[in-house]
Design a protein around this ligand. Structure first.
Ligand code: PHE
Length: 457
């Protein structure tokens, strides 16, 4: 075939997409957010609801997003303009771009913390952590220091910009292939240490024995939002990544792998945190600081704890980086495809914007008291961003995707796109029911339930 325009970038290998998409999905959402949100929402019952949502809403929405992206070979705004020209659906693409930059802004703050904790472990700081109180104090001092947290935020966003400037390179794919398995092995090792601590049983019970009496509208909404966040859905990351995928790949299988890996890592992360947490007599409702306070207490109780601690935080930083790349890539692909910007300029501009927007989040842990506890809401700025953008905006995005595929574009189009090159659309009838009825109805009911009960946070 003759190529008139320069070819758009594509993933370098057949598994490239799964690796990159798993890289996007697996990140702080699994290891930082999942345990603390589970802790705040009652443990095992929350975990079950979370898994249920991954299966009935996450997987079909994942398949839909990838298919839309591959059909259009474009960023979210361009994709909707391309497949339903003349309609207002491109506005949803704009929402994706805005949500992506918003999430990037606060996500990079936490990623900066992981980087900071990596340096701390290298410096042997955890040797002094003998009690949970000491760990708590160390964390509180660390996050309340404006120069440090903003400096780390700057470093982290710069790293993200550098990778995104390079384009859809096989670099990300190659590194993800090597580093992700190492992260998983370390996670298992720490889990083994955690579950064998004296007193770990109570944590296992909290994490594995459901108590449904703690469930309310807010909890259910958080479980759904967490599923969307962890799978990188509802803001066009998978549309954008899907746009670089080869037509030979079976989207259903790829999506299935991404959902499976992502969920496994989150579940193991919980097994690592809760037994240790209860063994130390700490409070599961510790909020965003949870893993940063619990983990050092495990490292302190391990031979070679500094070594494992440093390795763990470094890998976590890398896992966060493969996620922030996808957050930035959505806005960059939009500017490059639609506005004909140079990739470099787009990456630097959007990165700078995320940096500025990230400052209030960075200062919301004691740096500035107004941001630490917002008037009327009683929660911090980062918490608020994490709920509004990382929970509700993504859930709304998933609702819009299911309505778009179910009623505007049509399951028949999805089938056409998936069944190329002899690929089979596994579970097609089930997909049709889920995307047309189950996803929109479930999401709408949850929204209504939350509004009626006022359980927004
Ligand atoms: N899924 C990522 C994580 O779990 C975060 C993310 C959300 C990335 C939305 C892209 C889009 O860390």
């Amino acid at each position: 075939m003759q190529q008139t325009a320069p070819a758009r970038d594509k993933w370098g290998s057949k598994v490239g997409f799964v690796l990159a998409a798993a890289g996007s999905a697996i990140g702080l959402g699994n290891i930082w957010r999942f345990p603390y949100v589970t802790g705040e929402n009652g443990g095992a019952a929350f975990v079950l609801i979370y898994i249920f949502f991954v299966v009935i809403i996450g997987t079909p929405v994942m398949i839909s997003e990838i298919t839309i992206g591959r059909r259009a070979e474009k960023n979210p705004v361009g994709a909707f303009r391309h497949i339903v020209p003349g309609s207002a659906w491109w506005l949803f693409g704009i929402l994706c771009v805005v949500t992506g930059i918003g999430i990037l802004s606060y996500y990079s703050v936490i990623a900066g913390w992981t980087l900071g904790y990596f340096f701390k472990t290298l410096g042997g700081s955890f040797a002094q952590i003998t009690t949970p109180d000491a760990s708590n104090r160390m964390f509180e001092q660390f996050v309340a220091n404006p120069q440090i947290v903003i400096g780390l935020l700057l470093i982290f966003i710069t790293l993200t910009m550098i990778v995104v400037m390079g384009g859809v390179s096989s670099g990300i794919e190659r590194w993800a292939k090597i580093l992700m398995p190492i992260l998983f092995l370390l996670l298992i090792l720490l889990t083994l240490r955690s579950v064998t601590l004296p007193g770990a049983g109570k944590g296992l019970q909290f994490y594995l024995k459901p108590d449904f009496s703690v469930i309310n509208a807010g909890t259910i909404g958080r479980a759904l939002g967490q599923a969307m966040f962890s799978l990188s859905l509802g803001m066009g990351a998978m549309i954008t990544y899907g746009s670089y995928i080869s037509r030979r790949e079976n989207i259903v299988i790829s999506a299935g792998y991404v959902c499976l890996f992502d969920t496994l890592i989150a579940i193991v992360a919980g097994l690592m945190i809760f037994p240790a947490l209860f063994a130390m007599g700490m409070d599961p409702q510790g909020g965003p600081g949870l893993v940063f306070i619990v983990l050092p207490t495990i490292f302190a109780k391990m031979p070679g704890g500094d070594f494992f601690g440093a390795g763990f935080f470094l890998l976590l930083t890398v896992a966060a980086l493969t996620s922030t790349i996808s957050l930035l890539e959505v806005a960059v692909a939009y500017l490059v495809d639609e506005r004909k910007w140079q990739r470099r300029r787009a990456a630097v501009t959007m990165g700078a914007l995320a940096l500025v927007l990230g400052v209030p989040s960075a200062l919301s842990f004691g740096g500035i008291s107004f941001l630490t506890e917002l008037p009327l809401l009683g929660i911090g700025f980062l918490d608020l961003a994490n709920i509004v953008l990382g929970n509700y905006s993504l859930t709304l995005g998933a609702l819009l995707i299911s309505l778009f595929v179910g009623y505007r574009w049509g399951v028949a189009r999805v089938r056409e796109e998936i069944e190329q090159h002899d690929n089979v659309f596994y579970f097609r009838p089930l997909f049709a029911v889920l995307i047309r009825y189950v996803c929109p109805v479930a999401i709408l009911c949850i929204f209504v339930y939350i509004v009626l009960t006022g359980n927004y946070f």
